[in-house]
Write a protein that binds this ligand. Structure first.
Ligand SMILES: *Cc1c(COP(=O)(O)O)cnc(C)c1O
Length: 359
């Protein structure tokens, strides 16, 4: 079967050259006679895969020397709890900015482990606009400020990095690697892999050195950044396959010209799709223009009764997984790094044809 254009929010499309390379290496990696899945995580073969992946990620993001990079299990959600355990005590305060479903989940988990203050919440505009930082209610002595630079479900994105006295903690699950990033502005960045990086289950953590080694009493060792950093993310058997595929994705990104090249492509894809939505009365996107996500584009049809037909015909045209999140309805096109401009062009052509056929 031919490949389709997969607009899933996650697990999401992976670049075809990466899948083909993995297929070539599936039964014998690097002449070892073994699959990566069968290699000892402590053997020299897997160690070379792991080290190359980290080095390539550091190159892509230009990660400063004073940061540790961890490859951990539990996806992004495990970090909702790991962050308060590592960065604060039970009586400490932390600020949370709520801009949609994922930041709400991070807040709910944070609340269980410390005094979480809601610094801002865009509920009053139904999470269609980022609250102006000038109005944020910051705590004097927050251990950190947590926010979600790109809300995968609502499709609202920060196109700036907030300035805060407390270390900035960012859940970048659906935006990391979509463009260059000034890592030095952050205390901690984490991302589940299955959006823009690789297979589900893996999470990447980029944490400033001074925030490592402060885990509170009672932190489970698997969640302790210091313990994991000292063990090279191998306190136990790490997610070797996910780590390997992520490494292939990093190599692919470098071959594409790195994150500056991805930024150009991603900007153009987003502009193409939003222009098509805005240029029609048949489609709509509710997000304020200056906060629109480059990665996740939700849109509705003027008549929701046509949703099922839209999805069915899109599928027949090889445009898959466009159904919106159950909490939002309508459609959502996720256009991560692995989605080529041709996929977005095909979607736009389909949308225009569908509108004509209904008109
Ligand atoms: C998908 C997603 C998560 C959850 O990721 P898991 O790996 O399933 O835990 C968290 N935050 C954001 C922004 C996401 O897009």
């Amino acid at each position: 079967m031919d490949r389709v254009y997969n607009f899933s929010a996650g697990p999401a499309a992976i670049p075809l050259p990466v899948l083909e390379r993995a297929r070539e290496e599936m039964t014998s990696w690097g002449g070892s006679g073994m699959s990566v899945m069968e290699l000892s995580h402590r053997g020299k073969e897997f160690m070379s895969i792991a080290e190359r992946a980290e080095a390539d990620l550091r190159r892509l993001l230009d990660i400063p020397a004073g940061y540790r990079v961890l490859f951990l299990q539990g996806g992004a959600s495990a970090q909702f709890g790991a962050v308060p355990f590592n960065l604060a005590g039970p009586a400490d305060k932390a600020d949370y900015v709520v801009t949609g479903s994922w930041s709400k989940k991070a807040l709910a988990e944070g609340r269980r482990f410390l005094a979480a203050n809601v610094a801002a919440d865009s509920a009053d505009n139904k999470h269609t606009e980022i609250p102006d930082p000038a109005g944020w209610n910051l705590s004097q002595d927050a251990a950190y400020l947590h926010y979600t630079p790109n809300e995968t479900i609502g499709g609202v994105e920060f196109h700036f990095i907030p300035e805060t006295p407390a270390p900035l903690v960012a859940d970048m699950s659906s935006t990391l690697l979509s463009r260059p990033l000034d890592v030095s502005r952050f205390g901690l960045i984490y991302a589940g892999a299955q959006k823009n990086i690789g297979p589900a289950g893996l999470a990447i953590i980029i944490v400033r050195e001074d925030l490592v080694g402060r885990a509170r009493e009672g932190t489970p060792v698997m969640m302790d950044y210091h313990q994991q950093a000292e063990a090279g993310s191998m306190l136990n058997t790490p997610p070797t396959w996910g780590w390997y595929i992520a490494g292939l994705v990093f190599q692919w990104l470098l071959e594409q010209g790195g994150l500056a090249a991805m930024e150009e492509r991603n900007r153009r894809k987003a502009e193409t799709l939003y222009a098509a939505i805005d240029g029609s009365d048949f489609y709509a996107n509710p997000v304020a223009k200056h906060c629109r996500s480059w990665m996740n584009v939700p849109f509705t049809l003027a008549d929701p009764a046509l949703d099922a037909r839209f999805l069915e015909q899109a599928k027949a045209a090889g445009l898959m997984t466009l159904k919106g999140h159950r909490s939002v309805g309508g459609m959502r096109a996720s256009i991560y790094n692995a989605m080529p401009q041709e996929g977005v062009d095909a979607l736009v052509a389909f949308m225009q044809e569908f509108e004509r056929s209904c008109g």
